[in-house]
Design a protein around this ligand. Structure first.
Ligand SMILES: [Zn+2]
Length: 149
């Protein structure tokens, strides 16, 4: 058990207040939603098991397909808007469209994806989803590996 300035932790889960806005901000900056100091990720998109600064357990996150989904929505709105604006203003040839927008789409997606994932993990943490609830018990989950026959 590790002490933090605002609250003590139970099994790596802090019991202090969890405001959604500050959690989203910290998560989108790739920081721990609890302290805002430690890094949330240990690699590009791999969430650390616990915050290296305060010890907050982060392995309870279940971001799954949500970060790519929201990244596609964000990047799609940016790129499609730019494509339409450039086409209306300059009527460039198709090869120039492809040369501009394909790399921009890939680069924007790779840049935005970690921030979106960080924000979603922080939102799960702030809303006490999955195992982020300090009152959560591992053995309270239904077991699906038991054969009913
Ligand atoms: Zn932390």
């Amino acid at each position: 058990m590790q002490q933090t300035s605002s609250a003590y932790q139970i099994d790596g889960r802090s019991t202090g207040s969890r405001t959604i806005f500050s959690s989203l901000l910290r998560g989108s900056m790739l920081r721990c939603p609890a302290c805002g100091v430690g890094s949330m990720f240990r690699r590009y998109l791999k969430v650390a098991d616990a915050c290296p600064h305060c010890g907050e357990a982060l392995h309870y996150q279940r971001a799954d397909d949500a970060p790519p989904y929201f990244t596609i929505v964000i990047v799609g709105h940016i790129v499609v808007g730019l494509v339409l604006a450039v086409e209306m203003a300059y009527h460039p040839p198709l090869w120039l469209h492809a040369a501009l927008w394909l790399p921009l789409t890939v680069i924007l997606s790779l840049v935005i994806l970690p921030s979106v994932k960080g924000a979603l993990v922080a939102l799960q943490w702030a809303l006490l989803m999955h195992g982020f609830d300090p009152d959560f018990k591992e053995d309270s989950l239904p077991r699906f590996d038991v054969d009913p026959t």
